[in-house]
Design a protein around this ligand. Sequence first.
Ligand code: UDP
Length: 383
Amino acid sequence: MRQKSVLVVGAGLSGAVIARILAIRGVHVCVVEGRNHVAGNCHTVRDQHTGVMVHAYGPHIFHTDDAEVWRFVNRYANFKQFKNQVKAQVGGGVYALPINLHTINQFFGKTFDPNAARAFIQAQTTPVIAPARNFEEQALQTIGRDLYQAFFKGYTEKQWGRAARDLPASLLKRLPLRFDYNDDYFSHRYQGIPEAGYTDMVARMLDHALIEVQLGVRFDRVDARGFDHVFYSGAVDGYFGHSYGRLAYRTLDFETRSYEGDFQGCAVMNYPSADVAYTRITEHKYFAPWESHERTICYTEFSRDCGIGDIPFYPIRLVHEKQMLAKYRDLAAREAGVSFVGRLGTYRYLDMDVTIKEAMQIARTYAKKAGVAALPAALEAAA
Ligand code: UDP
């Protein structure tokens, strides 16, 4: 049988996982990437001046409950345990996020135990008569007005550039509310950061005799000719020439500063107040506590609407955009020989682990349909 050959557009997590899974089954994979590096927005690079490993497109902490995904990423990187513990500076105080018993006691000047705190917060919330229709309703139903206004309203409106009433309730559900002193940002079983950075991890995934990577190459639809299949991880509206209009994304700008010693004493400090223009400051060396550096480098993060030529980070998914998205989804479903994958290809706010899981499933499904030899699980795990 002739060797199958596929084109993967984008060398981020989706593209690299698909390329690897197909290459180990004997498929020839060509990966084209528009930027001059692999790993998409989880790209990491060592800053020349300070020696610190920088998360070039903002903080990325790997967290998952999925043992298969965890095993997969650990084949390409040595993960160091890392638990994100975010702080928020607001109203002249510094608080722990996500909201936990310490945050509640500190914010309200109380010494509640978990039950008392639960009752106190419940008394502040609006009763749930119907499911929340937007971010604001969800916040008022779960944490009440005071905490919402201090920690969420300003941050969310800066981050998304939209009124909290126009944003989906699902956004708030990303963050837990805790009535104990656990201040880990994520609750997942497996959490960590690759010791040599995400770019090294993705480069290892792509390091295979059957994978060819071309950097700095913009994809054009005619490039798909001659391949058996295309996996496209760019923006779905871009693929179709924005024929139904532009789906809204947010992009980020970073102001970079370095200092002697330390700056803030933690990796991520959020600034939820509407009076501060930025959303958060990231001090990158705190993502690698196993390293030591005399200097430090910080990124101050500003969010704005993504214009033509900007890098899209977050799909906004406004309620009125649903129709446009449905039209693109329909076009995508009918596009023969192309699979749309990842955060941009499916226009969803995906975390890294979900992106990887979906990419694994998509690659295996294609392999099966295309009659590419399945690998015994043990062999796949070792490849
Ligand atoms: N959020 C907030 N205040 C904070 C942190 C988060 O209001 O201090 C809201 C905001 O709407 C944000 C969402 O919760 O977009 C999800 O936050 P997450 O930390 O998951 O965002 P990411 O790190 O992916 O940007």
